[in-house]
Design a protein around this ligand. Structure first.
Ligand SMILES: Cc1ccc(-c2noc([C@H]3C[C@@H](O)CN3)n2)cc1F
Length: 329
């Protein structure tokens, strides 16, 4: 069957949380199309780490089974991470159910996860080759579910400061304008990766980024693009500066921000709304704002995170490794 769950943004759209039922226990988790581990806060964690969180209790689940000798250890782009043991249990996401899903029980989590008490773990939705479980790598929820879904797809409908949805096994065409533009994905690195070699700032000319590559990453808050894109963009924003102390580009909160169009696989120019690039104030007075578009390393892999998802409905097709995109309805 299909599955649909709400995707509720934390304050400031820092991340989106969705209800996941594990062994009959419903826990709000962060769906991450940029990683491939499903790990959860649980009663094995130190009490100090459990505080404030919903903690899965493997002992009260009648379907949980420990995976003897298995462990995991994962670190994320921002240096945060988690590690622990592994079991299997029945995982139900909005009706889409997998009976023997690897469920990773963190026994250690980094401080940023402990502090983020609305989030109680991650559901990795990238390719299973990135799963960190040893000695035997395990499959993601989507990989396990795909054979039972009417169509081998999950979709992300993330919104600015509003409740959106993740859906498994169905494409809800009432959620986007026009038709989806489909692009082949290169799964070699385990990401939902595609070429992105052109961009345009506002009504300006289309510019080239030879060899540009990007991934669709629902677990990254911002949009991390090549410095050439970032410089071209902020050259059009009065008062934009590279603010070392804050750690990125800031500009006056009153600035008029142009849209940014980025190429998706040579088939489609995805327009990211300028308003969504005004991410958050950095000062109490709300005078200076932090950009939702920030620079990665020149020539590096670009990370199109939630800033892009707020403008684009995205379908991930695991049947033919492609991504479909269209503006939100
Ligand atoms: C506190 C916290 C920290 C990081 C992340 C996080 N989740 O996904 C990602 C990106 C980066 C890449 O690693 C894969 N996707 N980052 C989530 C958190 F709740």
């Amino acid at each position: 069957g299909t599955g649909v769950v709400t995707a509720t943004p934390e304050q400031g759209d820092v991340e989106y949380l969705s209800p996941v039922t594990i062994g009959g226990q419903t826990i709000n988790m962060d769906f991450d199309s940029g990683s491939s581990d499903l790990w959860v806060f649980n009663t094995e964690l130190a009490a100090g780490s459990q505080a404030g969180h919903s903690n899965f209790n493997p002992e009260t689940s009648t379907t949980f089974q420990l995976l003897q000798g298995a462990s995991f250890e994962i670190s994320y782009g921002d240096g945060s991470g988690a590690a622990g043991n592994v079991g299997t249990d029945t995982v139900n996401i909005g009706g889409a159910t997998v009976t023997n899903q690897a469920v990773e029980l963190a026994t250690a989590v980094s401080s940023s996860f402990v502090q983020d008490t609305q989030s109680n773990g991650l559901v990795g939705l990238a390719f299973s080759k990135l799963n960190t479980i040893k000695p035997v790598q395990q499959k993601t929820f989507f990989d396990n579910a795909i054979a039972t879904l009417p169509i081998p797809v999950f979709t992300a409908d993330l919104r600015h400061a509003a409740v959106g949805a993740y859906e498994f096994g169905n494409i809800d065409s009432t959620k986007f304008n026009g038709s989806l533009s489909w692009t082949d994905v290169n799964a070699t690195s385990g990401f939902w990766q595609f070429s992105s070699q052109q961009f345009a700032v506002g009504t300006g000319p289309t510019m080239n980024l030879a060899g540009g590559q990007a991934i669709a990453d629902t677990g990254t808050t911002l949009m991390i693009a090549d410095p050439s894109i970032v410089n071209a963009y902020y050259s059009q924003v009065q008062g934009a500066v590279n603010n070392e102390t804050v750690g990125g580009v800031t500009f006056p909160c009153a600035a008029q921000l142009p849209d940014l169009a980025v190429d998706i696989g040579g088939n489609y120019m995805a327009t990211v709304r300028g308003d969504d690039i005004n991410f958050s104030p950095v000062d109490a007075a709300g005078t200076t704002c932090f950009g939702g578009l920030q620079a990665g390393t020149a020539g590096g892999l670009q990370i199109y995170g939630d800033i892009m998802f707020k403008s684009q409905f995205v379908a991930f097709n695991g049947g033919n490794n492609s991504i479909g995109m269209a503006p939100h309805q």
